[in-house]
Ligand binder design. Structure first.
Ligand code: FMN
Length: 467
């Protein structure tokens, strides 16, 4: 039996003038906002995902996210007044992103930030599409009424079904409302991790284990509040095939960080991106961040030397509640800001566990195109048996189709000629009758193949991305 590739299969079906159902990435709807493709670019502080990256992703149909933490460091007056600079920086990046894209733009805010409330207020005032709230549980003191009024969707970032339950049950009790989607971040993610270092390799905490558990935890809220609550899975998602696989486990979309960090449009210095391309698997490790959480990064001299000797630094302001900078010998905001500017002697690069697989810096458009192709190929490979049956049937019918199509053309010509030569009723009537039969045979062939194809898409899960 012939090995069918997706491309050959597509060509064969097209030659029979049959429209294939979409093999493309599905859409992602959060509240009243729909992104044409179910890819969220994860928020990356300090200054890694700003207006350039987020608007590029939104323009390609995904959800672009500006990271709010340490955003004021791009402003000249951060060291005079960090709080004010953060607000100014966030406001101006949101405005820039919105000016550059009509797509969906969100803001990522860490709950543990000292100025969490002010940053959230700024995101509401600027009417971003959604806020993604992680590094802590977004439960208490949330301006839910204002968020609703401004149409800002709320998306907590969690690493377990337990955290999901806690957030949703407390929201229900306090606000008589629930969040609009959830990001489930697994242990392979870049940046700060919601899983303890000892559990990172434990299958019980893997993304593949936790996604179905969170899906189950969300089910009663979907039912009670009568709205879909999409689950977005992230951490180590690298290819379109990874996207396909995690969606099969119940995810409605994915969040990706590292791959977007190595794009032309990413807001960091080229040396930051080159460090990702250059890193090997052995270079990627876990650090104990001053924030009090484990974090995954490219281990460089800066990190190893900070763990070995005391360093002099002065804290610009206590930007993180509970920061243990003195113990870690460095300020994480300053270190990440240095990395953003390409100064890796005084900073380091957060990455996901698959960063060593990044082989080049590409544009966001190229990356998304590649992911879509890979997703389609993975869908094709997964349903290979049935697609092979369809292809065999189509190949068998192709000859008959061609012959019949040719006959239809001839009949049409002779019919038109007979009409032009004046009415010769018999010729016209017999040509018309035969054309009818021939056309019926063509549609029969098409119908047989479409029927077979519909077996694959019978669950209706394949929504099309139509742009
Ligand atoms: C450089 C970098 C910075 C990050 N900064 C943040 C952040 O500020 N807030 C946050 O919630 N997640 C942060 N993340 C996590 C990403 O949003 C995303 O969830 C994660 O990178 C997904 O894993 P992946 O990198 O394997 O795709 C960061 C990740 C990276 C690589």
């Amino acid at each position: 039996m012939k090995e069918w590739t997706f491309e050959n299969f597509q060509k064969l079906i097209a030659s029979l003038k049959i429209k294939l159902p979409s093999f493309d990435l599905p859409k992602l709807t959060i509240g009243n906002k729909t992104a044409p493709i179910a890819i969220v670019q994860g928020g990356m502080g300090v200054g890694i995902s700003l207006s350039s990256l987020s608007s590029a992703v939104a323009n390609q149909g995904g959800i672009g996210i500006i990271a709010a933490n340490g955003i004021g460091m791009i402003e000249p007056d951060y060291f005079k007044d960090g709080r004010a600079a953060n607000i100014k920086g966030l406001r101006s990046e949101i405005r820039k992103a919105k000016a550059q894209s009509a797509g969906i733009i969100g803001v990522n805010i860490m709950v543990a930030l000292e100025d969490f409330q002010e940053l959230l207020k700024t995101a509401i005032e600027e009417k971003v599409d959604a806020v993604f709230l992680g590094a802590g549980l977004p439960i208490k003191n949330l301006p839910v009424a204002q968020l609703r009024e401004a149409g800002v969707q709320v998306v907590p970032i969690v690493s377990s079904a337990r955290a999901t339950n806690l957030i949703f049950s407390m929201w229900k009790r306090i606000y008589h409302d629930v969040p609009d989607a959830v990001v489930v971040e697994g242990p392979k993610a870049g940046g700060h991790l919601g899983v303890a270092q000892a559990d990172l390799e434990d299958d019980a905490f893997s993304l593949e284990t936790v996604v179905p558990q969170v899906k189950e935890a969300l089910a009663p809220y979907v039912e009670e509040f009568g709205k879909p609550i999409p689950l977005i899975a992230g951490g180590g998602i690298f290819t379109g095939e990874d996207i396909y696989k995690i969606m099969k486990l119940g995810a409605d979309g994915v969040q990706m960080g590292t791959r977007f960090a190595a794009t032309d449009e990413c807001d960091a210095d080229i040396r930051f991106k080159e460090a990702i391309v250059a890193c090997s698997q052995e270079d990627i490790g876990i650090i104990k961040s001053p924030v009090g959480l484990p974090g995954r990064a490219i281990i460089n001299d800066f990190l190893t030397s900070t763990t070995e000797r005391k360093r002099n630094f002065s804290c610009p302001w206590q930007c993180l509640a509970g920061c243990q900078a003195e113990e870690s010998n460095y300020c994480i905001s300053m270190a990440l800001n240095n990395a953003r500017k390409g100064n890796l002697k005084s900073g380091f690069v957060f990455v996901g566990s698959n960063a060593h697989r990044v082989s080049a810096i590409t544009s966001v458009g190229e990356l998304i195109h590649e992911l879509r192709q890979e997703y389609a190929a993975a869908l094709f490979a997964d349903k290979k048996t049935i697609f092979t049956e369809v292809a065999e049937l189509a190949a068998r019918l192709k000859h008959e189709y061609k012959v019949t199509e040719q006959r239809a053309r001839e009949l049409k010509d002779s019919y038109l000629q007979a009409l032009a030569n004046g009415p010769i009723p018999d010729t016209i009537a017999s040509a018309k009758a035969e054309l009818k039969v021939v056309n019926a045979r063509l549609s029969h062939i098409q119908h047989a193949i479409t029927e077979k194809l519909s077996e694959v898409f019978q669950d209706g899960s394949q929504q099309t991305a139509n742009f």
